[in-house]
Design a protein around this ligand. Structure first.
Ligand code: FAD
Length: 544
């Protein structure tokens, strides 16, 4: 995909401006320094939040005495090649001899994922998730979607391609809860996921192919990169929102000539010289996220208060090939959901979950309550999950896909519930409604409402997403989850890192290979096992 039409530049002469401090721009800065030789002092980030890392968060809760992550990332060996490329040169905070990539490999050898309780039914029974539940029609429909070219799928929904039975199968319950797919999401995205994660199908019931970071991704990924970048002298301006970008049309193409910044109500313009560059994150799945606590309900923000989508809307009106943000941020009711983090002091709840699931801490991946009205799932991470987390304090992360429905144990929509009410629903789903008060006393709940969390899965046509480096672009690139990278899958860290690599290598004229996208279907044994699993409807218990 790299079009080598950009001149080789003298890296010492350029100034580079990065919008946002998510993994997309952090990776961009690493590649600029590591592969293009740009001095760190020549790189400046502008971030609207007081903290770096974007969606990759992990911190003390803003609402209770505990911790919060809005999400927990499942990574994967075959699919995350650009992320591994990034992390294999970043040392861990604890040991400069150990890279973040090595730490992840080591951690997953020591604490391998092997879920024994992937699907739970309304009677609190653990179902045999290796039975995928397909009938002949489901197999035909899956095969058809895999085979159809994207141009023929167009902007159609997943449920345009499947009959009702498919959405009742164990496969769909596991697939949709693993990746947060809804029936109304883009069928193209579903197809890409089927191809990109085909190798996971035979082990989908145990999630044995999932790779985790040792701690939450802020502590395990963001902080080490941040330290590496700061050691190289990059500058980070926090609390600064980029409100507009000026483009200059020249005979040879389009250039960014200035960024408009706002810091605490004060406006400022940063001009870019001919030789300077801008890398701009468009939108964010965690834009306008808000938090609730034990006794409070998080606000669902619909009026775009932060700069994420606003900047893209402003830019998009300037050129046809800058995408259509409204496709993604224009329907909050389709893109929102809510997650929650429990902080448990002692093992009152934790031990019951371990006894129930048969999974020790950190080995269970995702447990989904298939009959819950909210379609709730939980994960119990290894402890500690945060730097500085005391012994005998544990965390649990969960989320639900249908937050506008009443619960089974709480007669309220999830979006109207306090953290403690969500805990009541969870205890009900687990069959632990007999709590004598100990669980309640020792469990604090933080909730996170995310209006745009699945916005990148919205139905789209090719023009809705700009290219990483638009064809006319001379000195700028777009990054993040809303750009187009052929074949690759959004809602992944990998996507943001791959975009960063394309952007830097193309704009800076770097002749280094970008790791190839893994295609399970190119590998006969992997392909055979995956297709056999789909056709037999039986996942392979030995596939680890
Ligand atoms: P972001 O992290 O969204 O960063 C964008 C940054 O830019 C933000 O800091 C924002 O404040 C800033 N910004 C935006 N606009 C402006 C502006 N105008 N001015 C200044 N600053 C601005 N990925 C996986 O691979 N596996 C998973 O299992 C997985 N699960 C997830 C679960 C949840 C709940 C969440 C939230 C995400 C999950 N992801 C997962 C996705 C992954 O975390 C994201 O794809 C990735 O972190 C996005 O990084 P980014 O840098 O592209 O964007």
């Amino acid at each position: 995909m790299v079009r080598q039409n950009h001149r080789l530049v003298n890296p010492n002469e350029v100034q580079v401006h990065l919008v946002g401090t998510g993994i997309a721009t952090m990776a961009t800065a690493v590649f600029l320094i590591r592969d293009a030789g740009v001095p760190g002092q020549n790189i400046c980030f502008y971030e609207q939040m007081p903290i770096q890392g974007g969606s990759l968060d992990g911190a003390r809760s803003p609402s209770v005495d505990g911790y919060v992550t809005r999400g927990g990332r499942m990574l994967e060996d075959e699919a995350y090649v650009c992320l591994w490329n990034l992390l294999e040169r970043i040392p861990t905070l604890a040991n400069p001899e150990l890279t973040v990539r090595q730490e992840i490999e080591q951690f997953n050898r020591e604490v391998p994922t092997y879920a024994k309780a992937r699907i739970i039914d309304r009677d609190h029974r653990i179902l045999d998730a290796s039975e995928l539940g397909f009938d002949t029609q489901d197999v035909l429909e899956l095969t058809r979607l895999i085979a159809l070219p994207e141009r023929l799928i167009g902007a159609r929904r997943i449920d345009d391609f499947f009959s009702e039975h498919f959405f009742q199968t164990n496969f769909w319950i596991m697939w949709c809860s693993m990746f947060a797919f809804q029936p109304w999401h883009s069928a193209i995205e579903m197809k890409r996921y089927l191809l990109r994660f085909m190798q996971e199908v035979p082990r989908i019931h145990t999630l044995a192919g999932v790779r985790r970071t040792k701690l939450n991704q802020y502590d395990s990924i963001v902080r080490p990169i941040q330290e590496w970048l700061q050691a190289h002298g990059v500058r980070i301006e926090s609390g600064v929102t980029v409100t507009d970008v000026d483009f200059a049309e020249t005979a040879s193409g389009r250039r960014v000539s200035a960024l408009h910044l706002n810091h605490q109500g004060q406006n400022r313009i940063v001009s870019l010289a001919e030789r300077d560059y801008a890398f701009i994150t468009l939108g964010s799945m965690t834009s306008d996220a808000s938090y609730g606590g034990d006794d409070t309900v998080p606000e669902l923000i619909r009026d775009k208060r932060d700069g994420g989508f606003r900047l893209w809307e402003t830019i998009a009106s300037k050129a046809k090939d800058f995408g259509r943000p409204n496709t993604f941020c224009g329907n909050v009711d389709e893109s929102k959901w809510e997650s929650f983090t429990l902080t448990m002091t002692g093992r009152a709840l934790l031990q019951r979950i371990i006894d129930f699931s048969g999974n020790e801490l950190g080995t269970g991946a995702l447990m989904t309550f298939k009959d819950s009205n909210w379609l709730m799932s939980i994960v119990v991470p290894y402890a500690p999950h945060f730097i500085g987390q005391p012994d005998d304090v544990y965390t649990l992360w969960g989320y639900a896909l249908f937050i506008d429905r009443e619960g089974n144990y709480v007669q309220k929509k999830m979006s109207d519930c306090t953290g403690q009410e969500i805990l009541t629903e969870l205890l009900g789903q687990l069959g632990f409604g007999d709590d004598d008060g100990e669980i309640r006393k020792t469990t604090r709940v933080t909730t996170a409402m995310m209006p745009y969390i699945t916005s990148q899965f919205e139905r789209r046509v090719p023009e809705d997403r700009p290219l990483v480096v638009p064809r006319s672009a001379k000195n700028f690139a777009f990054l993040g989850q809303y750009v187009e990278i052929p074949e690759d899958v959004v809602f992944t860290v990998e996507y943001s890192v791959r975009a960063a690599m394309h952007a830097v290598y193309e704009l800076m004229g770097i002749d280094l290979p970008i790791p190839k996208i893994y295609h399970a279907l190119e590998h006969p044994i992997v392909a055979f096992k995956a297709l056999q699993t789909i056709h037999s409807g039986q996942a392979d218990w030995d596939a680890r």
